[in-house]
Write a protein that binds this ligand. Sequence first.
Ligand code: XMP
Length: 517
Amino acid sequence: MKSKLETILIVDYGSQYTQLIARRIRELEVFCLVYPFNKITKKILNEIKPSAFILSGGPRSVLDKNAPKLNQEILKMKKPVLAICYGMQLVTKNLKGVVKRSTHREYGHTIINIKKKSLLFKGINKRKIKVWMSHGDNINKIPKLFSITSLSNNKIISSIENNKNKIYCLQFHPEVYHTDFGSKIINNFILNIVNIKNKFKIQKFIENKVSELKNEIKNKKIICGLSGGVDSTVTAYLLSKAVNKNLYCIFVDHGLLRKNEANEVSKIFSKKFGKNFTKINASNIFLKNLKNVSDPEKKRKIIGKTFIEVFDKAAKKISNVDYLGQGTLYPDIIESIPFFGGPTAKIKSHHNVGGLPKKMKLKIVEPLRELFKDEVRNVGRQLKIDKHLLLRHPFPGPGLAIRIPGVIDKKKILILQEADHIFIEYLKEKNLYNKIWQAFVVLLPVKSVGVMGDERTYNYSVSLRAITSVDGMTADFYMFTNNQLKEISSRIINNVKGINRVLYDFTSKPPGTIEWE
Ligand code: XMP
């Protein structure tokens, strides 16, 4: 990935927090890239020309025989380095300090005592701060020309530095929210030590991207699949700015969207893209293919395959297409790079259009592949995309199919759409919608006995799901008040025929996932 911007290169040693480091830096409007340690080459370093390096933490021990190594080119570049946890131990070992297995493992909240003035701690007016630790090894002897700047309450070295050569090492994780002054420490490194001047401005990004896309696509045709979600919508608007009438958008309505969603979305898109916009109502085909299927993975696979077939058929009607636009984001790129030779465990197969390019022999264009979700929303704002589309909660590709455990039919979809609509409207009415990262209703395959008026009922149960999260990777359930739960429950039961019981899902992620399937 080329870049003319001042770039911070984050070298990833497999830490679960690496993406958080990148987000922290992007929050400062500074451009950064994440590269796995084993993909760094002299050529890549020459291309990127990093202004500084951040070495991440990692699950291994530098004392292990096959532990990930520090690429010597990094230190040779004589750029500022911030080394975190595993990164700190790697730098220490390389510069002839000593790392030992700890007799006292530090994990979680730990108090450190700042012992020495440091540019990294500038503006922190406390001597003792609470930080997040996660390490089994520790520094036994620091390298020459380094000094200790803080020690933990357990008398373990928690930060060292060589101020002259601008190498700063932290045993704790400043990128984690649980570390007091963590953002301040990262700000100090990026803005005071590296002294980045050329910031990553979204307006500039749009200008550059549009001219890049114009140069690449020229007067060829490009198609783009729209789902109504933020990523594909922003991709299409950006492409349209670059190639205008050569962009063709296809919206496949699989019949598993939220109430009124298909109509709302197509109204906006037909206004924007005119006759270059095609909506395909494929709900019957999807329902037919999903008939009697209850296994979650099978459902996902069937939906993915049917989507490709329907999209392919529609795309064939547009002649001489060369390109396919996709809404891939930077986290997708980072996550798709296998670590330590093997992909991470698959929890669910995600529905996307991954199979399309091979089948259609198209060149892929991914204009958002360097961006995080919040930056994509920012691009969307600049492109004046309807706020309603930009701020909508995430919605999974397979739609309501994975919110109806068990077999799916038209009647169940209609019941779920109604209940979900009532829940979401309630959240909007009470100004809760934007405080919650994602909320929806799940229709359970359980009928239970109830009583309404004088009558016995035997109807479906639903579960409410509402979570807070930063990126969907981890999540906490949202805590409604008693009254709020009471009101949501009675609105659903009173207004949706077919439901007589409302449950609340008190599960965080992990151990649960956000969706039920
Ligand atoms: P889970 O259930 O894995 O969901 O905790 C994390 C986030 O991803 C969304 N999700 C999907 N998004 N295609 C998508 O585009 C999918 O197949 C898919 N499955 C889950 C989910 O809604 C949540 O925001």
